[in-house]
Design a protein around this ligand. Structure first.
Ligand code: SF4
Length: 338
């Protein structure tokens, strides 16, 4: 039987980032026992289930310690992972939190910037976010956890991202992390083109406009393509659009219990079904067989057809090929839905 991970938006997120690949959703605390109900719902069909009570901000609930324990307790065979993620919102508000991160073995935490104060606050959608990120950096380092700064680059913040190099320098981040045997990392990228980030398509960075100073920090710079290069490659490939269901199925579950795969944003065309409305056996069949609205709509398409319709043969905006494929798929699905 396949393995299942349930990634559930039980509490929400304090931020409203303009690059958020999941898309903005309301913050609603789910009813108590929804976690156990979800496990029971899927238990007859999967022997190995890993439960995550957070889809957006990890540890956003006040009882994050008990929550982590419960996620572990109710998982069946599988155990949730920590990844390199934590809540910077909580780090600066709750002095116990960093101790918890240490206890559960966190060694690195990723923090996201968009430039200096005004730009970062604007893109995270919350005043003081930039200052909180700097404070969170200090708290992590003081406790022997290495921050990893990622920056999302667009046409309107590219010069501010360069200024982050000075901030890193002034704060001595490389040396401070090396002092406890960890490495400080900084990297820059444009993100995928799903969720909220689709709205940033008009200001998506053009390859020739990436500041030279940032090229050594650009994530897999040698593999990024200009949009026109993606179009050319896909026009020539005639590759069919196939999303195989793997042995490790990961489902994102919204706070109104709509169920989605985890490979793109959580919009209407991608809903597989709803836990409250759908029979479990039928929902699991749809998941395993890939019998969903979105997958059925794209099954007979090829990427070459989609780029003929939606691709811009003159654009130098940067993409990875996989991100561009998903962008094309979502352009098509949005058209079908309207
Ligand atoms: S990117 Fe992460 S922190 Fe930002 S809004 Fe989305 S889920 Fe929240």
């Amino acid at each position: 039987m396949k393995k299942l991970s349930l990634v559930v938006d039980m509490y929400g997120c304090p931020n409203r980032c303009k690059h958020c690949w999941l898309g903005h959703m309301p913050n609603c605390k789910m009813a108590d026992k929804t976690d156990e109900f979800l496990i029971e719902y899927f238990k007859p069909y999967f022997e190995n289930i890993t439960y995550y009570s957070w889809l957006r901000e990890p540890d956003y609930c006040d009882d994050y310690r008990q929550r982590w324990m419960k996620d572990n307790e109710i998982s069946i065979q599988g155990r949730p992972m920590r990844f390199e993620l934590a809540s910077f919102y909580r780090l600066v508000r709750d002095e116990e939190y960093v101790k918890f991160l240490k206890e559960v073995g966190v060694k690195k935490v990723q923090l996201t910037f968009f430039g200096l104060e005004t730009m970062t606050d604007f893109y995270i959608g919350r005043k003081n976010a930039y200052n909180e990120l700097l404070l969170a950096t200090d708290i992590l380092i003081s406790n022997g956890i290495a921050p990893r700064w990622q920056a999302f680059i667009f046409e309107d913040n590219k010069n501010e991202i360069v200024k982050l190099l000075d901030v890193i320098d002034k704060q001595n981040l490389y040396e401070r992390c090396a002092s406890f045997g960890e490495e400080f990392k900084f990297f820059v990228h444009a993100g995928s083109c799903d969720g909220e980030n689709v709205k940033q398509y008009p200001i998506r960075i053009q390859k020739e406009n990436i500041p030279k100073q940032l090229i050594p920090y650009y994530w897999e710079y040698d593999n990024i393509l200009e949009e026109k290069e993606c179009v050319k490659l896909l026009l020539e490939s005639h590759e069919k659009i196939i999303f195989e269901t793997s042995e490790d199925i990961v489902l994102n579950i919204s706070n109104d219990l709509d169920v989605y795969f985890n490979y793109t944003h959580m919009t209407k065309p991608w809903i597989i079904g709803n836990i409250l409305k759908d029979d479990a056996k039928e929902l699991v069949r749809k998941i395993v067989e890939g019998d969903t609205y979105a997958l059925n709509m794209i099954r007979n398409c090829s990427y070459s057809e989609l780029v003929k319709r939606y691709g811009d043969t003159t654009s130098t905006k940067v993409f990875t090929l996989d991100d561009y494929k998903m962008y094309m798929v979502n352009r098509y699905l949005d058209d079908c839905a309207n």
